[in-house]
Design a protein around this ligand. Structure first.
Ligand SMILES: Nc1ncnc2c1ncn2[C@@H]1O[C@H](COP(=O)(O)OP(=O)(O)OP(=O)(O)O)[C@@H](O)[C@H]1O
Ligand SMILES: [Mg+2]
Length: 400
C-alpha cells in the first residue's frame, strides 16, 4: 500500500531527528513547499543556496538519491515491480536509502527510524535482484518493492543484498560488453599494489550477468555525501574546474590530508583512463549523529575505463586520450590530470606490470558470459599495459 496521500504534510527525518516539514505531491513526486525548518544542523548537504534552503535544491537533492530515468533496464524493472515511475518505489519505502540515513514520514505518522531502516531489517533481496537482473523474473512485486534499492543512484543495474549480516552491492556492466565489473576488480588490484584507498570489489555471476560486488561504505551512523552536493552547498562556480573548491571545502571541515587522498583517485583515473569521474562518483562520509565530516570515501565506481564502451577497433585510438572527466569538466586530455598528482609521493612497483596478465585472464574467464571478442581482450590488455608503462616512466622522470 502506498504511504503517501495527496498534498499532505510530511516530515523529512534524519534518523529520528525531524529536519523540516514540507508539502509533498505524490503525483509530481516532489516537495511543493517547505513549511518549517525544524533542525538546521541536520539539513541535507546540498539543499541550501546562499545559506538558505530552497525548494529547487531540496527537490534536486531528493531526486538525485533515487533510481534515475537512464538506469539500464528501467522500463523492464518498472513493469516487473508494477510501478509507473521510479519515484513510486521511493514512496513505498519512506524514501529510505542505505547510502544515507534520511527518510520521509507523514506528519503524525507513528514510525521510527529503527522500523524503516534497511540497516536493521531484512528485505526481499532476491525479488528485487531478479526484477533488476533476470531474463525471466518470477517475483512477488509487492514484496520486491520494499527495498533499499529504491534510493540507489547510477546508470548501471544494481541491487543490494545482505550476506552474513553485511550489505553488499551487486552491480552489472553496460550490457554490450559487460567489462565494468572486471574493471572495478582491476582498480582494486592496482590500488592494493600502490596503497590507494580503493573500495574492495570482486566479480561474480548473478542471473547470468557479470556483476561486481562491493561492501556498503555506510551504516546506521554514517552518510555518504557526494561531491556534487558539497559543491552545490558551497556555491562553487562551474566556470572552472571545481577540484580546488572541493578540496578546500573538505579541508575547511577538518578532513585530513585531502589533497593526497584526491590525488590517489586522480592517479587511478589517469592509469585506467576513467571517463566517468563526475561529481557523483566521489564523496565523503559524514557522521549521521553529529554531522561531523569524517573522511573521503574509498575510491568507488572506477568501472567505466579502458575504453570499455567503444567498439573493439576503437579501443587504442588516440582520440580516446581526450575523453577524461573530472567533476564538472568533460572531454579533456587525460594528461591534464598529471597537474593534480605528485608522482613522487607514490611508489609504483615493477610488479604492477604483472596485473595486465591477470586482467586478461579475468576477461577470458568471463568470455562465456560477456561474449566479448579475443580482439577486444587483446586490445584492452595492451592499453592497460601501455598505461602502466607510461605512469612508471613518468614517475621515474619525476624524481630525477
Ligand atoms: N558501497 C557503497 N556503499 C554505499 N553507497 C554506495 C556504494 N556504492 C555506491 N553507492 C551509492 O550509489 C551511487 C551509485 O553507485 P555507483 O556510482 O557505483 O553506480 P553507477 O551506476 O556505476 O554510477 P554511474 O551512473 O556514475 O555510472 C553512488 O553515487 C553512491 O551514492
Ligand atoms: Mg556512479
Amino acid at each position: 500500500m502506498k504511504l503517501f496521500g495527496k498534498k499532505n504534510l510530511y516530515v523529512l527525518m534524519h534518523k529520528d531527528i525531524p529536519v523540516l516539514t514540507a508539502v509533498y505531491s505524490d503525483v509530481q513526486h516532489e516537495f511543493k513547499e517547505v513549511v518549517e525548518i525544524l533542525n538546521e544542523s541536520h539539513l541535507p548537504i546540498g539543499c541550501r543556496k546562499h545559506g538558505e534552503v530552497t525548494l529547487h535544491r531540496l527537490n534536486y537533492w531528493y531526486i538525485r538519491r533515487s533510481i534515475p530515468g537512464y538506469r539500464v533496464g528501467l522500463s523492464q524493472l518498472m513493469e516487473r515491480l508494477q510501478i509507473n515511475h521510479p519515484m513510486d518505489l521511493v514512496e513505498y519505502t519512506h524514501a529510505v536509502s542505505v547510502s544515507d540515513t534520511y527518510w520521509l514520514k507523514k506528519e503524525n505518522e507513528d514510525v521510527t527510524w529503527n522500523e524503516v531502516s534497511f540497516f536493521n531489517h531484512t528485505f526481499d533481496q532476491e525479488g528485487f535482484g531478479s526484477a533488476m537482473f533476470a531474463s525471466n523474473a518470477d517475483i512477488d512485486p509487492s514484496s520486491a518493492r520494499l527495498t533499499p534499492n529504491s534510493n540507489t543512484a547510477g546508470f548501471h543495474r544494481k541491487a543490494w543484498f545482505r550476506r552474513d549480516d553485511e550489505l553488499v552491492l551487486l552491480k552489472g556492466g553496460y550490457p554490450f560488453h559487460q567489462m565494468e565489473p572486471v574493471n572495478e576488480w582491476l582498480a582494486c588490484q592496482i590500488g592494493k599494489q600502490i596503497s590507494l584507498n580503493v573500495l574492495p570489489y570482486h566479480t561474480e555471476v548473478y542471473e547470468n550477468s557479470l556483476v561486481s560486488v562491493c561492501p556498503c561504505m555506510t551504516d546506521d551512523n554514517t552518510d555518504l555525501v557526494t561531491a556534487e552536493m558539497i559543491l552545490m552547498e558551497c556555491g562553487s562556480s562551474k566556470e572552472q574546474l571545481q577540484l580546488d573548491d572541493y578540496i578546500s571545502e573538505l579541508e575547511k571541515h577538518g578532513i585530513d590530508d585531502v589533497k593526497h587522498k584526491v590525488s590517489e583517485q586522480i592517479l587511478l583515473d589517469y592509469i585506467l583512463m576513467n571517463t566517468d569521474r563526475h561529481s557523483q562518483n566521489m564523496g565523503i562520509l559524514v557522521d549521521a549523529n553529529t554531522n561531523k565530516w569524517i573522511d573521503t570515501t574509498p575510491i568507488f565506481d572506477t568501472g567505466t575505463c579502458l575504453s570499455c564502451l567503444v567498439e573493439d577497433h576503437e579501443i587504442l585510438d588516440e582520440v580516446r586520450n581526450h575523453e577524461c572527466t573530472l567533476l564538472n569538466r568533460r572531454q579533456f586530455d587525460f594528461d591534464l590530470l598529471l597537474n593534480h598528482i605528485d608522482l613522487s609521493s607514490f611508489h609504483l612497483p615493477k610488479s604492477l606490470l604483472d596485473i595486465p596478465r591477470e586482467y586478461g585472464n579475468m576477461l577470458v574467464r568471463y568470455q562465456p558470459i560477456t561474449g566479448i571478442s579475443d580482439e577486444r581482450i587483446e586490445k584492452t590488455y595492451t592499453l592497460l599495459y601501455k598505461r602502466l608503462l607510461k605512469i612508471r616512466k613518468l614517475a621515474r622522470n619525476s624524481v630525477r
